[in-house]
Design a protein around this ligand. Sequence first.
Ligand SMILES: *[C@@H]1O[C@H](CO)[C@@H](O)[C@H](O)[C@H]1NC(C)=O
Ligand SMILES: *[C@@H]1O[C@H](CO)[C@@H](O)[C@H](O)[C@H]1NC(C)=O
Ligand SMILES: *[C@@H]1O[C@H](CO)[C@@H](O)[C@H](O)[C@H]1NC(C)=O
Length: 254
Amino acid sequence: MVMMKRMFFALPLVLVICCYSTVTTLAQSPAAAPAEALAPSTPPTDIIRILQKAGGFTTLIHLLRTTQVSTQINSQLINSNGGLTFFAPNDNAFSSLKPGLLNSLNDQQKNELIQFHLLPTFVSTTDFSTLSNPVRTQAGENPDRLALNVTSSGNQVNFTTGIVNATLGGTVYTDHQLAVYQVDKVLLPRDFFVAKTPAPAPAPEKTKASKKKSAEGPAVPAADDDSAAVTVKQLNGMFVSFAVTIVAVAAFLL
Ligand SMILES: *[C@@H]1O[C@H](CO)[C@@H](O)[C@H](O)[C@H]1NC(C)=O
Ligand SMILES: *[C@@H]1O[C@H](CO)[C@@H](O)[C@H](O)[C@H]1NC(C)=O
Ligand SMILES: *[C@@H]1O[C@H](CO)[C@@H](O)[C@H](O)[C@H]1NC(C)=O
């Protein structure tokens, strides 16, 4: 009878310990996995290095860095299968802008300007004739404010935004995942020049998120760790109270 009582007392404890260790292992294993996946086998593509090597893109490089779109491009290249196409205005293109125009843009507009030069797919020189207008850029889909139209004939590729007409100058870089083409003008979207209808505050965009990241260090992984830790802590708490209850009930019954 004493033996029975002991078993009755011990069984819930064994169950609790088993369940507890299983759940703890399950909670920890997903966090461990990404660390291995991060180790790169080949040096990743770096848009800044490509433009530095080509030369004549000082202003563009500065903009890519201050908006942090360079970081976004590099990580998109790691994570996306469709590739990217980047129309790169050189320093001459920037110096032919209306004086003061670039400085008049706020951070969100500078980000939009660079995204407007990015297509979320790899487009080879022979693919331009297959694009349908307006072409979708990473600035978003607004045919009235963010239209980028491409026309091509033979080797010649022209762009119009409704504000600017530009011509594709040549291939800066291509690796079948990223294509970088020089353009002779900065592609200014109509969005900068037509009055905005009053709208709800713009949704928090990548500019803000990535800025915050740079100010506070790598915030995103930390936040993930925190939430995982909270979950494990909550589970710990749950199992401790569960165990205490079982033991109390068992003691009471005996
Ligand atoms: C491109 O624009 C130039 C003028 O800048 C024009 O002469 C040429 O015909 C255009 N080509 C195409 C394919 O639109
Ligand atoms: C772009 O092309 C579309 C479709 O052909 C046309 O409706 C639109 O007016 C064009 N926009 C510009 C700025 O050329
Ligand atoms: C762009 O080209 C079109 C003709 O293709 C012309 O009507 C328009 O005025 C040009 N715009 C600018 C800003 O040069």
